[in-house]
Design a protein. Structure first.
Ligand SMILES: [Zn+2]
Length: 326
């Protein structure tokens, strides 16, 4: 039987179960609810004409990612490059125009990467600290040139294979191999990649992994630094506490109480095959998979709720992915 208890605990990024019935989570804007580790989601070859669509999907899922831009694309799509940073993404250098670089002389490498960094900085206001060589092709000279320009080389641990025609389910399956600290290769401009993001996030959430930034000192995924880059939604921090006041044989209700802001956006997720059905007391948007709910305050107060169908998974409960004020 499920009873109801309410807890108010000042616990950061920790889920505390009391008698197995009530869970209080304090989420940072970066979605650090129950983060036992971080992974680096990366999107190469932008910015493109569909960067805006990608950013919408990422924001709807509470994701911050690293965008490895070519200098030429940043120069040709300046507003899309700016939108990446405005949406809370980190930007890296992916060469000037995606040439095979290992055949270049040292001075050609220097000129290529420096031109790319200047174009990216001009478009975004941010000087890249990370460099990903096109095709992952590198050598010692290229690495030292990147380093001399203040950038750490970052390859990847997991290849999503999205560039190779992978289906949505194959991309999701590849991403499910990600372990804490690791980095996955994906690309801007591919619809299957965008369509895979809700399921990738559901899988990461179920394993208490959160999207993080890539450290320029270690090249590994770490917690976002909360520095100059604004979080998704552009606001400050708030907290979302979850409880589960009603549980039936086929479904359960989740009640969410927000503190720290009167105007907010909360992203919560359930584990597939669970599906979010009805919601109340907010402006709701449920993604195509039915597992991610983005709820915005609508003047009905600081508590909202929703019903989730078990669909055979009666053990899982909704989790907070992020709470953003403003
Ligand atoms: Zn590339």
């Amino acid at each position: 039987m499920f009873g109801i208890r309410t807890a108010r605990l000042a616990v950061i990024a920790t889920a505390v179960a009391l008698g197995g019935v009530a869970i209080t989570v304090t989420a940072t804007p970066a979605g650090a609810a129950t983060c036992n580790g971080y992974v680096g989601l990366t999107f190469d070859d932008g910015p493109t004409g569909s960067t805006g669509t990608l950013l919408n999907v990422l924001r709807a899922n509470g994701v911050r990612a690293t965008m490895f831009n070519t200098g030429q694309n940043a120069q040709n799509n300046r507003s899309a490059a700016q939108a990446q940073v405005s949406a809370g993404m980190w930007v890296g250098n992916h060469s000037w125009n995606h040439a095979h670089m290992t055949g270049m002389s040292q001075s050609q490498m220097q000129s290529d990467l420096s031109q790319a960094s200047s174009a990216i900085q001009s478009a975004t206001g941010v000087r890249p600290q990370l460099f990903r060589p096109p095709y992952g092709e590198t050598n010692g000279t290229l690495q030292s040139v990147a380093s001399s320009l203040g950038m750490r080389q970052v390859i990847w641990d997991v290849d999503s294979q999205d560039w190779n025609g992978a289906s949505v389910s194959q991309i999701v399956s590849n991403a499910s191999r990600l372990q804490s600290g690791q980095v996955i290769l994906m690309h801007d401009g591919i619809q299957n990649t965008r369509d895979a993001i809700p399921q990738i996030m559901a899988n990461l959430t179920s394993r208490n992994l959160c999207p993080g930034m890539i450290s320029a000192s270690t090249g590994r995924a770490v917690a976002p630094d909360g520095g100059s880059t604004p979080p998704p939604g552009g606001g400050g921090s708030c907290s979302a506490s979850l409880s589960y006041p009603n549980v039936w044989g086929d479904r359960y209700n989740t009640s969410v109480t927000v503190s720290g802001a009167s105007s907010w956006t909360v992203v919560v997720a359930v584990s597939s095959p669970q599906r979010i059905t009805t919601t109340w007391n907010g402006t709701a948007s449920v993604d195509g998979s039915g597992t991610v709910l983005t709820m915005r305050s609508n003047g009905s107060g600081n508590t909202f709720g929703f019903t989730t169908m078990f669909n055979g998974n009666s053990g899982g409960r909704a989790q907070v992915r992020s709470c953003t004020a403003g």
